[in-house]
Design a binder for this molecule. Structure first.
Ligand code: HDD
Length: 663
């Protein structure tokens, strides 16, 4: 984004090192002392300035979503949506809108691991010509609670426990599950949280959801309810739990690095923006309340209209200045986009500006370069901490006569924001709408829509998480909740964790399915997947070169792994060793062995590749070398490429995982 250019400083181009006052310094390695072995002097202004600045380098991390990674990009609309909205960036396909996206986990601190079981934040700032529009969503379409007033309680429960600050980057602990057991409205979300969606393979392979129902309003004042979706071009893919835990140790920056490297290589991640639209008059035509944030709109009932494409094409220049200081807010809207009365959304509209005041140190955080709109912004707000603007003139109040009442408000037909005039008729009340009381039907819908391996993973996840809890009461309450969703699941998990199953079966009766909810129905491509090429003895370099060309043709990344790093020929290099590489960091493995015996670390590598259901190709001079490993040469996704050829392996990589191995 060009506007950031004016704030960018490149050390390489500067003449010399100065203090913040512009004073050139002749020495920056030694403090000023009374004698070379004497005490440091108070007079040392350079030491004091440098140290004071350093002492204040950190700002409070986000209270949730502290760990994140961001990138710049563009959004391109396919065709005008003027029938639905007057938003300029959604009606003018000739415009390209700059965006900044920040992905995050929720629970962990800034330094926590990327691949923990958690919801992922997916926040997008559109820098439109009418002001910034922030779509502050997640990679799951629903949420844990229905009313924002519970958010502090929910967050206190999921965060590390207050007495010992354990666990980090995990929800597998008593306070979280206590909260879930006490709040039945979380039933639907907890199924997503226990599903593979909570351990994405890559940030580039996640869906995004605005979660809430918003409103689109067109130039004639007609409104549609809308839900926003991001659909990834590479499809939706996940890790397996054992792999995710392993990566958390082997490479805690796995997702961050994957995003960074893809963009650096020019493999720009892409998502299509999708809209689900419901005309105002159909608000009450569904078997759920469209204002309830624990409900999704099944895509088979309300189709997703794909309206544009977002491409992330530039990494940040400075993590702190951009990714850490970016401030999102669901209340940052533009004309043609309005809110609904979803009580979770309504509370968020307060919280986000408020949190920036302590996090970014005052009310002028909109002046931080990454947060500035690209259109002019101008009003009578003045002063405050870190004011960067010099406002000219005598007047700073609205209605003034002295300055012709400038800056003047703008009528709606000339682009001024006008709130949708929704008719409201109700009593002032603290309460939950009757229409928000069905907690289980969609939890069941989600479960019904999954394949057997996806369901199995949910059972495993519940068993792991509740297995880590200490309180019998907490475990029993959680099983009671599951007992309202699926009896068999409740029985299976209860058996694994040694908890009682309620006598009565309260399973909600619904056979409804929504195929769009299963990741088995996603797009599968070989692009940007990675293969570890494992060497055991000297390979035939010519054959290897041919295979590498095939990989490159399919945009498959690879690393060559051996005991040591060395050059195979002029252009081919071993880049990893069995110490630095791990099977969990790759999508597939190819073993080329010309030795009688396969070394233990290599055997372990291919065994975990196999265990994690990944494609495995073998080119063995001695086929008996893996005789005593659990790998079956007959198993799906295992290729003896000397006979099947490299293409069969590439087809396997395209397909992804071979769940049949679990049967
Ligand atoms: Fe939130 C951050 C998404 C409910 C209060 N939230 C935050 C971020 C994302 C979301 C992606 C990180 C933004 C970034 O990268 O800087 N939050 C959601 C979604 C929700 C949701 C999709 C439900 C549908 N959040 C929610 C509620 C509240 C908050 C109900 C409070 C009433 N969220 C916050 C916050 C954060 C935040 C405390 C922390 C840092 C920030 O805002 O800027 O204000």
């Amino acid at each position: 984004m060009e506007q950031l250019g004016q704030y960018t400083i490149n050390n390489e181009k500067k003449a010399g090192l100065t203090t913040n006052q512009g004073l050139k310094m002749a020495e920056d390695e030694f403090s000023l002392k009374a004698g070379v072995r004497g005490p440091t002097l108070m007079e040392d202004f350079h030491f004091r300035e440098k140290m004071t600045h350093f002492d204040h380098e950190r700002i409070p991390e986000r209270v949730v979503h502290a760990r994140g990674v961001g990138a710049h990009g563009v959004f391109q609309l396919y065709e005008s949506l003027a029938d639905y909205t007057k938003a300029d960036f959604l009606t003018n396909p000739s415009k390209t809108t700059p965006v900044f996206v920040r992905f995050s986990t929720v629970q962990g601190s800034r330094g926590s691991s990327d691949t923990v079981r958690d919801v992922r934040g997916f926040a997008t700032k559109f820098y439109t010509d009418e002001g910034n529009f922030d779509l502050v969503g997640n990679n799951m379409p629903v949420f844990f609670i229905q009313d924002a007033i519970k958010f502090p309680d929910f967050v206190h429960a999921v965060k590390p426990e207050p007495h010992n600050e354990i666990p980090q980057g995990a929800s597998a602990h008593d306070t979280f599950w206590d909260f879930i057991g006490q709040n039945s409205e979380s039933a639907h979300m907890i199924m997503w949280h226990m599903s593979d969606r909570a351990i994405p393979r890559s940030l580039r392979m996640m869906e995004g959801f605005g979660v809430h129902t918003f409103r689109l309003v067109n130039a004639d004042g007609q409104a549609h309810f809308v839900k926003f979706h991001w659909k990834p071009a590479l499809g939706v893919h996940s890790l397996v739990w054992d792999e995710a835990q392993r990566i958390a140790g082997k490479n805690p920056d796995f997702h961050r690095q994957d995003l960074y490297e893809a963009i650096e290589k020019g493999d720009y991640p892409e998502w299509e923006l999708g809209l689900q639209l419901i005309p105002e008059e159909d608000e009450h035509s569904f078997d759920f309340d469209i204002l309830d944030p624990t409900k999704l709109w099944p895509e088979e009932e309300v189709p997703v209209k794909l309206v544009g494409k977002m491409t992330l094409n530039r990494n940040v220049d400075n993590f702190f200045a951009e990714t850490e200081q970016v401030a999102f807010h669901p209340g940052h809207v533009v004309p043609g986009i309005d809110f609904s009365n979803d009580p979770l959304l309504q509370g968020r509209l307060f919280s986000y500006t408020d949190t920036q005041l302590s996090r970014l140190g005052g009310p002028n955080f909109h002046q931080i370069p990454i947060n500035q709109p690209v259109c002019p912004f101008h009003n009578n707000q003045r002063d405050g901490m870190h004011q960067m603007t010099i406002h000219h003139g005598q007047t700073s109040y609205h209605r003034n006569g002295l300055n012709g009442n400038q800056p003047e408000t703008v009528p709606a037909d000339q682009g001024g924001y006008e709130h949708y005039q929704e008719k409201i008729d109700g009593r002032k009340i603290r309460g939950r709408s009757e229409s928000f009381h069905d907690f289980y039907s969609q939890a069941k819908l989600f479960y019904n829509s999954l394949t057997s391996h996806e369901q199995q993973h949910i059972k495993d996840a519940f068993s792991f998480e509740l297995g880590k809890c200490k309180s019998d009461m907490v475990k029993a309450n959680a099983i009671s909740l599951i007992n309202h969703i699926d009896r068999q699941l409740a029985e299976g998990v209860a058996a694994n964790i040694g908890a009682p199953v309620p006598e009565e079966n309260y399973e909600v009766q619904s056979a409804k399915v929504s195929p769009a909810l299963s990741m088995a129905n996603t797009i599968n491509k070989p692009d940007t997947k990675s293969v570890a090429i494992l060497l055991n003895g000297k390979p035939d370099v010519e054959t290897l070169t041919n295979w590498l060309e095939m990989f490159a043709n399919h945009k498959i990344n690879y690393s060559i792994v051996d005991q040591k790093i060395y050059k195979l020929n002029q252009s081919l290099k071993v880049t990893d060793t069995y110490d630095t590489a791990d099977s969990s960091l790759f999508d597939a493995a190819l073993l080329i062995s010309n030795e009688e015996i396969i070394q233990t670390p290599i055997l372990e590598f291919i065994q975990t590749t196999y265990k994690h259901f990944k494609p495995l190709a073998l080119s063995l001079s001695n086929p008996n070398a893996i005789l005593y490993s659990p790998i079956s040469l007959e198993a799906k996704g295992v290729y003896n490429i000397t006979t099947t050829g490299i293409q069969s392996f590439i087809d396997g990589i395209t397909r992804g995982r071979f769940w049949e191995r679990a049967l």
